[in-house]
Design a protein. Structure first.
Length: 500
């Protein structure tokens, strides 16, 4: 057994993960706070909804992760720290699952297992998603486990069905991968095993999945989650093509095209479930509006599966090279070269991405989280329940506890489904504060990611609202806090931020 090579791989992967995670730890995605808000309202007895007083709105697509996020609310602990701890645990669990898959694909090679785990841990996006507070790495773990179940001989239909259900509840788009994998297994299996797989999948996946779908559609009153209507339905064809292509290039940079190819060519039928899962994830990843697709978020569950394939390819190449030139090219030398190649390929994108996410995390804490707490103080003393309208509807609504209108529409069925995409709908609900994002601080220029904010800003001004305060999020992002001049909330904000 190439013990030294395995040690080199695990040390390199573990060290890279720890260093990158330490740097990016302050990063929490604003969308994570949307899930926390749904969980908060659910635990408080208002149901899994964005606003405690309704309307019912399904802006969270990951019901499985919503259940996870309800735990800190039940226990009374910090949901951000809890979500980050879950992210780290999922990163480590996925490394183990990718190692198991690589070992299965390579017929027992520990070197393949170590290489797959090292690639996963060393990938900068793994550390970012571990810190993000979102469901990405839980989805990666479940998909990797599902592929392993399809590759491993003798896996029961109930195990396949249960993993398919869990993956689909955490990421609805993973139902595409689960369905294709199930079809492949039924097609390939002999008749007795085919019957067992079909029975187990029907009872553990299809039936409970259908019951869940019917229950949520009945509860919310719309067939699909709100983000589907806003980010997929009626939009351009394949809006995320550039992001999916970038993900494919990143896999080649980290996993190596040669390793991926050699691993597959050796025994192609064994690798079919893994490649089918990767194809399904990337194909579905072409569809959503990529506004929140930071660091390959939609495609990331396929990465550990690809790294398992690369691990099998690396192990085969390393053994062939060592057999050919045992004196000059021992396995540890080949391993060190592969580590250096992966590090060189990922260094520049890792440096830039880690720096950007750290800056975002610091800015979110200093600007959005602080504003949420300032508004929470105002809510406790306000004469009537204040109403907030905002597009970045995560940290500020969560910490403030205000009733919020999501102007980006991911949590508002009227805007997303009924088509009321106009400022009048927002302003007719008489919000006390409207937050719009500008690329400049001196003059309003709507930010590219908040396309509704330009017309909304002009409509606010037409109704007499003015910026009570302008907060700097970054050099190209400013929060204009629009309120009626002299209003109670405007005076509160100006006392806090302008010392008036």
């Amino acid at each position: 057994m190439p013990t030294l090579s395995i040690a080199l791989l695990l040390i390199a992967g573990g060290a890279a993960f720890a260093l990158q995670l330490r740097h990016v730890w302050p990063f929490t995605a604003d969308d994570a706070f949307i899930t926390f808000r749904y969980a908060q309202n659910w635990v408080a007895g208002y149901g899994p909804n964005f606003n405690a007083g309704g309307p019912r709105a399904e802006g969270v697509t990951s019901f499985g992760y919503l259940i996870v996020c309800a735990l800190p609310e039940l226990l009374g602990i910090d949901p951000v720290a809890f979500a980050k701890a879950v992210g780290v645990a999922n990163a480590l669990a996925t490394a183990w699952l990718a190692a198991r898959l690589a070992r299965e694909l390579s017929e027992g090679s520990a070197l393949a297992a170590a290489f797959a785990a090292a690639l996963w841990l060393g990938c900068y996006a793994t550390a970012i998603h571990a810190a993000s507070g979102m469901e990405t790495l839980l989805a990666a773990a479940l998909l990797t486990a599902l592929v392993h179940a399809h590759v491993r001989p003798g896996a029961s239909g109930y195990a396949i069905g249960a993993l398919s259900l869990a993956a689909g509840l955490v990421r609805p788009e993973l139902n595409a991968a689960a369905g294709l994998l199930l079809a492949l297994a039924l097609w390939r299996s002999p008749a007795p095993r085919r019957a067992g797989i079909a029975r187990g999948a029907a009872l553990a996946y299809l039936l409970p999945g259908a019951l869940y779908f019917a229950a949520r559609a009945t509860y919310y009153g719309h067939l699909l989650p709100i983000p589907f209507y806003q980010k997929i339905a009626g939009g351009p064809l394949f809006p995320a093509a550039d992001d999916v292509i970038a993900f494919g290039r990143a896999l080649l940079a980290y996993g190596g095209a040669l390793f991926l190819a050699v691993g597959t060519v050796h025994a192609p039928r064994r690798f079919d479930p893994a490649w089918l899962a990767i194809f399904a994830v990337m194909a579905v990843g072409l569809l959503p509006d990529p506004v929140m697709d930071f660091d390959f978020r939609y495609c990331m569950p396929a990465a550990p599966v690809a790294f398992a394939i690369a691990g099998a390819g690396f192990a085969r190449i390393a053994l062939l090279v060592a057999a050919w030139r045992p004196a000059r090219a021992p396995i540890p030398v080949v391993t060190a070269a592969a580590i250096a190649l992966a590090a060189a390929g990922g260094y520049e994108p890792a440096r830039d991405a880690l720096r950007e996410r750290r800056a975002y995390g610091d800015a979110l804490a200093a600007t959005n989280v602080r504003l949420g707490n300032v508004l929470a103080d105002y809510r406790r003393t306000a004469a009537s329940a204040p109403v907030l309208a905002i597009g970045d509807a995560g940290a500020i609504p969560y910490y403030s506890g205000l009733r919020a209108i999501d102007t980006f529409s991911l949590n508002d069925p009227v805007i997303a489904i009924e088509g009321r995409d106009d400022p009048a709908y927002v302003l007719d609900q008489h919000p006390d504060l409207v937050v719009v994002i500008s690329e400049q601080g001196r003059e309003f220029h709507a930010h590219w990611a908040n396309r509704h904010d330009g017309p909304l800003f002009e409509a606010c001004r037409a109704r007499g609202m003015q910026p009570a305060v302008i907060l700097s999020f970054s050099a190209r992002s400013f929060l204009y806090l629009m309120a009626q001049p002299g209003s109670e909330i405007a005076r509160h904000l100006q006392r806090v931020y302008l010392q008036r």
